[in-house]
Design a protein around this ligand. Structure first.
Ligand code: KIV
Ligand code: ZN
Length: 514
């Protein structure tokens, strides 16, 4: 079977989702997991966008051995040189440069003529060739570009040494048949087409990113750009887990396969969700909590008699465990460690494992059955980061009764100093947030508050997501606890830690503005 290259851009395009910005350490954790998932290319960021992005690309380039590490750069020498510098430590590196080719973008955004764009594209690829042979060139807004002009640009950049050419559907406007035909005709018309790998990069504005990418495959494309959980600018990008499982499950139609270790899919999805604070909807294909749950009696009966009656994929093939009740109060450190490894949870040190085991014991004292999702939550940002973070929750107490005004008292540390704060609020969560704010005075705006049950039943832990905005910056915090008021306080504090991090971050899109 033909091999298809999986190019993951969770750390670059995914990070462009409002609120999904990540610290260098968080990006590194995700990159390590993407390597375990065996993606071919990790787009680690946009090195020229900010010092923070540069450092993140550089750390990932130094740490990753089995995947190619890539940096995005605009089509100019300064960006390309910066990308090359950040990628220098990589075992295998790629420079990804791009310029817009649609009439609208060229006229209104770049204020350049098509001839100028063509020349800039040519020069950019030539310059990138000084640093590596692995050069990707993207025609931004490709799906709305004039095919004749695309042919000229693509022929020129391949002649200059572009080894991958990518035709993005930047605004999610394409429909599968038309997009597939465009790609086929470009491949047929560009004389040196066979010297490059053809790639798709689709956005999900009309919910067709996966379908458009697969249409590309049927028309000769051999690289798909995608993100975990479909994270990305606006409605997101092509979801990695969906295209990979579609290619595998329907290999009879597509005739291509990837080198992805699909058993790492669920662990990767949870890690990205925990770090970014973007929950996965329960009915999401492949990684949603209900993706393999059969509720109706007819379906359950069918599955019990013959699994294939209603199941086209096996849950365990994507990393859902068959027996989901895993551990309890009597489980020892070795059983815990083994389960953590089976779940593919990255643990940086023995000290981190030991402290997670301590939290596991505390949880097991309060909850009889510990599920995989509970174990994953023990390794969330707030949990493993607390010893290094600026704000840390110590304890909480709150009172609410029908007809009375809810109040809360929160004890938390700010650096080495312990703070005690009390407040009343419209509800218990409001009281907790007001109490914390009375000391921190962050002046941030609460954009989103959501609670999800991690597992089933009233014994489940609640996982709370809090989104805060301040001065144009948006951050997400996540917290899990059996007590959802405590989970809310943890989530709020996790968001504050992100808001106050000194790591520089700039939405790459801002840097792209001409
Ligand atoms: O959507 C897009 O066009 C992009 C390019 C920079 C590849 O993200
Ligand atoms: Zn994009």
């Amino acid at each position: 079977m033909d091999r298809l290259i999986i190019f993951d851009t969770t750390l670059r395009d995914g990070e462009q989702s409002p609120g999904a910005s990540m610290t260098r350490e968080e990006k590194l954790r995700i990159a390590r997991q993407l390597e375990r998932l065996r993606v071919d290319v990790i787009e680690a960021g946009f090195a020229a966008a900010s010092n923070g992005d540069f450092e993140a690309v550089r750390s990932i380039a130094a740490a990753i051995k089995d995947s190619t590490v890539c940096s995005l750069s605009r089509a100019n020498d300064k960006d390309i040189a910066r990308a090359a510098e950040a990628l220098a430590p990589a075992a295998s590196r790629r420079i990804h440069t791009f310029i817009a080719t649609s009439p609208l973008h060229m006229q209104m955004k770049l204020r350049m003529t098509p001839e100028q764009v063509l020349e800039q594209a040519r020069l950019a690829v030539r310059f990138a060739g000084r640093f590596t042979d692995d050069i990707e060139f993207s025609t931004e807004d490709g799906s709305r570009s004039d095919p004749d002009f695309l042919c000229r640009v693509l022929e020129a950049v391949i002649a200059e040494g572009a080894s991958t050419v990518n035709i993005p559907d930047t605004v999610g406007y394409a429909v599968p048949e038309q997009y597939g035909q465009l790609l086929r005709s470009l491949r047929e018309r560009v004389p040196n087409a066979h010297r490059a790998v053809w790639s798709v990069h689709c956005h999900n504005d009309l919910g067709m990113a996966v379908a458009n990418s697969l249409s590309g495959v049927l028309n000769g494309v051999r690289q798909i750009e995608c993100t975990i959980n479909g994270l990305g600018e606006r409605a997101g990008n092509t979801a990695l887990e969906e295209v990979v499982m579609a290619l595998r499950t329907r290999s009879d139609v597509f005739g291509v396969d990837t080198q992805i270790d699909t058993t790492q899919i669920v662990a990767t999805s949870r890690l990205v969700s925990n770090i970014t604070g973007f929950p996965v909807q329960p009915n999401k294909a492949v990684v949603g909590a209900n993706a393999f749950a059969h509720a109706s009696g007819i379906h359950q009966d069918g599955v019990l008699k013959a699994r294939q009656t209603y199941e086209i994929m096996r849950a365990e093939d994507v990393g859902w465990s068959a027996n989901r009740i895993v551990l309890g109060k009597l489980s020892g450190r070795n059983a815990f460690k083994q389960r953590v490894q089976e779940l593919g949870i990255p643990v940086e040190s023995e000290a981190d494992l030991q402290s997670a085991f301590g939290r596991f014991k505390e949880l097991a004292d309060r909850k009889a059955e510990i599920f995989d999702e509970d174990i994953q939550a023990l390794f969330s940002d707030e949990e493993i980061g607390h010893h290094k973070e600026h704000f840390h929750l110590v304890s909480i107490s709150q009172r609410s009764q029908t007809g009375g005004q809810p109040s809360a008292e929160v004890v938390f540390s700010v650096g080495a100093v312990e703070q005690r704060a009390k407040a009343e609020g419209n509800g218990p969560v409001d009281a907790v947030f007001k109490a914390i704010e009375s000391r921190v005075v962050s002046g941030s705006e609460l954009l989103l508050y959501s609670v999800n049950a991690i597992t089933t039943g009233t014994e489940s832990q609640g996982e709370v997501t809090v989104r805060l905005a301040r001065g144009g910056r948006i951050v997400n915090g996540v917290g899990a606890d059996l007590d959802i008021i405590a989970a809310s306080a943890k989530a709020y504090i996790s968001a504050l830690n992100k808001l106050y991090t000194t790591a520089e971050r700039l939405n790459p899109q801002t840097a792209m503005a001409p």
